[in-house]
Design a protein around this ligand. Sequence first.
Ligand SMILES: *Cc1c(COP(=O)(O)O)cnc(C)c1O
Length: 352
Amino acid sequence: MSFDLDSLIRPNVRVMKPYSSARDEFQGDARVMLDANENSLGSAGPAEFNRYPDPHQHAVKQALAPLKGVKPEQVFLSNGSDEVIDLLVRLVARPGQDSILSTPPTFGMYEVAAALNDVALERVPLDADFQLSEAAIAQIIASKAKIVFLCSPNNPTGNLLRPAAIEQILRGFPGLVVVDEAYADFADQPSWITRLPEFDNLVVLQTFSKAWGLAGIRLGMAFGSPEVMAYLNRIKMPYNVSENTQRLALAALADTGRFEAMRQDLLQGRDTLRVALAALPIVDHIFPSDANFLLTRFVPDAGAVYQHLLNQGIVVRRPSQAACAGTLRLTVGSAAENDALVAALREFSPAG
Ligand SMILES: *Cc1c(COP(=O)(O)O)cnc(C)c1O
């Protein structure tokens, strides 16, 4: 396999001239800033946000890169991972011609990004253990798809994909291999970020939405070669990460103690919740989890359990994929929330 990034990039992207914003052309502090048609008088509302944000989020990348063991030019930040998933599709897949590949049951945004961009989605299903079989790996490697999205730990199943399978795909697949690690902070294996030096075609996605506890600020991270990151920078909206988000992300990155404490609490909560669920007669199986949720199969009727929980004011997720029939995806919450969930399940009797 030879990986040729330039020939993978859509021709229109290769030749396009990116928009050059006022903040691209002048960076730094000047005495008088009259270049961007901002309002120099201030902001309506309680906080000052009258200046455009840094379009390349230098400060956030400076703080984040050492934490991840990469250089700032190997980082791309986005308005949630959702944005970078869409950008990756637009970077390489031509509408009406090309395809991308995903491995259901998995995260739904890959399919949405394909549909939105008029790009076909090739589906190579995971096996009964939610892993990639040898046949699946061979099919992926032989595929003409421009990107394969591998979600590990996988949503909604919770498991890590076998590293050897991902490695085979990285070595054999000629397009981009995107490993979505939204849940990596809950996994007991090293991130694929550590393997970036070996694979030019690898892009790793992480997010501030899960372990960092910042779903509301919308900040996604992509890690990859400086060349791929540079292409993403060409096609992104100039100010895709708001000033508010950048400030809050910087503050979070300076508070790794709280991050680590919450992460440990959630891992502990996952263990406690698993033990409590396993004792319930309506629980048939709890799938292995390296994430902050437990995919749980209920008998005889997961739909009735879902409705019962809803009636108690408890919302869980009912995965729609056929391979997840009979299951509910239970997010690990606070200790009180986990207790409330287990208490409601204990009360449930299928007869009504
Ligand atoms: C939650 C999640 C994300 C994060 O998406 P954001 O847009 O960053 O909130 C990404 N991928 C998967 C698989 C997820 O489950």
